[in-house]
Design a protein around this ligand. Structure first.
Ligand code: PLP
Length: 433
């Protein structure tokens, strides 16, 4: 075998990996029909029938609600907007606390701050990487109002235990399902497992409309609050007349007609796209099983996994080499993915730096130079964002996880084999790393 590519040997793979391509003729046709209609968005920010959007948006919402088995689907222009709207609809007071995860895209933790609530970080599960129920329980105080939980990497959270905990403490569960559309817990769709669920339709997600998102709920009142926040609540509510809904500022979180038309087409493919990910992961896991330093991600009982990312645990003791050294050697053996060339080879050590280590938490400053809303916390009960508050998250990020996207639909068996061969080559040569 040739020396490792990182030492100047020849690479396993010299051709780029195929792009993740979901846009096809049917999508093109749907978009051009909207273009020809001339109506690219039909929203009015006033109490009027168009307050709820145009025909594509409404058809998309109806299809989404039907597909996921939920009463209301509210289309928005991103999951970030959806998270903000969900926190807004939850009706929290400034200084209230919301328990969040440090291991996610930044918006999943920062959303409470938009409504002057305080994010309190709990730790994750060492086997499933979602919020850990025991850690959540330790963080609950009299000011806690909600849990903002993420179905991380595509696996639903610990529904039974966490919903039960939330019920006991009268907390809302907001489920960030950006990474898990098409996953299930006991025949119930991920995203519909808490009080409100949020999906993302951005370019990197299972199905995408460029940018976009959807919030779902079975609760009529939360649904109407979400629609008001999406579309200029304060300008609508007096004419609309729901007296107990007057305390909301609205935004413009509206999805366009073209985006909705794309979403309508791609929703029909979600099932197949998730199935392909599951098959590709099964193939990789079978072939990588011979490497003793690797532990494949577990799937929680009664759940299915949508594999937004494939998170493999690496044991540095067994390997005798650091995770980062190992991953860098694999990167050197492989090629970038088409359309995402600037991102490097799509395999990495760790996920995101634990979010509480970001400057806004370290400095506790988001509104000018004040320390609001943290300044609302009683002396002696200030939340801590110190290094070490979530040891499992820190260990996963620093030492244990290898995360890749090289199982996306579009990868052929030959492409997957190259990924396996890179792992095997680096493993066999680990002594010279
Ligand atoms: C992608 C993602 C988001 C944000 O989605 P946008 O649609 O880009 O705003 C939020 N949470 C998680 C867990 C994500 O993966």
């Amino acid at each position: 075998m040739s020396p490792l590519a990182i030492h100047g040997g020849s690479k396993i793979r010299t051709k780029k990996f195929p792009p993740y391509q979901v846009v096809d003729h049917e999508v093109e046709l749907a978009v051009s029909q909207v273009l020809r209609s001339g109506v690219l968005s039909r929203y009015l920010g006033a109490w009027h029938q168009d307050f709820y959007g145009g025909p594509q948006v409404r058809a998309f919402e109806e299809a989404w609600a039907h597909y996921f088995g939920v009463k209301h689907a509210i289309a928005v222009n991103s999951a970030t907007s959806g998270l903000y709207a969900a926190v807004g609809a939850a009706g929290i007071e400034p200084g209230d606390e919301i328990i969040v995860t440090p291991f996610s895209m930044s918006a999943s933790a920062v959303a409470p701050l938009v409504y002057h609530a305080i994010p309190v970080f709990a730790d994750i599960e060492k086997d499933y990487f979602c919020l850990d129920v025991a850690s959540i329980e330790q963080r609950i105080t009299p000011r806690t109002k909600a849990i903002l939980i993420v179905d991380l990497f595509g696996l639903p959270y610990d529904v039974q235990a966490i919903n039960e905990l939330a019920r006991r403490h009268k907390l809302l569960v907001i489920e960030d399902c950006a990474q898990a559309p098409g996953a299930f817990y006991k025949n119930k769709s991920a995203g519909t497992l808490g009080d409100m669920g949020i999906y993302s339709l951005n370019y990197h997600k299972h199905i995408h409309t460029g940018e976009g998102g959807v919030v779902v709920t079975d609760n009529d009142e939360l649904a109407e609050r979400l629609r008001l926040i999406r579309n200029h609540a304060e300008a609508v509510i007096d004419a609309k007349g729901d007296a107990h809904f007057t305390n909301m500022i609205g935004f413009n979180y509206r999805l366009t007609e073209m985006q909705a038309a794309i979403g309508l087409v791609l929703l029909k493919r979600l099932n197949t796209l998730v199935e392909t990910r599951v098959e590709n992961v099964a193939y990789l896991e079978k072939r990588l099983a011979a490497i003793p330093a690797l532990t494949m991600p577990k799937v929680r009982q009664d759940s299915t996994h949508a594999y937004y990312l494939h998170a493999i645990k690496f044991n540095e003791q067994i390997a005798g080499v650091s995770r980062n050294t190992f991953v860098n050697a694999i990167k050197a053996e492989l090629e970038v993915t088409e359309w995402r060339e600037t991102e490097g080879v799509k395999i990495n050590g760790g996920y995101v730096k634990p979010l509480y280590l970001q400057s806004i938490y370290q400095k506790k400053q988001v509104y000018g130079t004040s320390h609001y809303p943290w300044s609302l916390q009683a002396q002696g009960s200030e939340v801590s964002y110190a290094q070490g508050i979530c040891p499992v998250t820190e260990r996963m990020h620093e030492h244990e996880l290898i995360i890749h996207e090289l199982m996306r639909p579009g990868m052929t068996t030959h492409d997957l084999d190259d990924v396996v061969r890179a792992f095997e080559k680096v493993w066999e040569n680990r002594k010279v790393l």
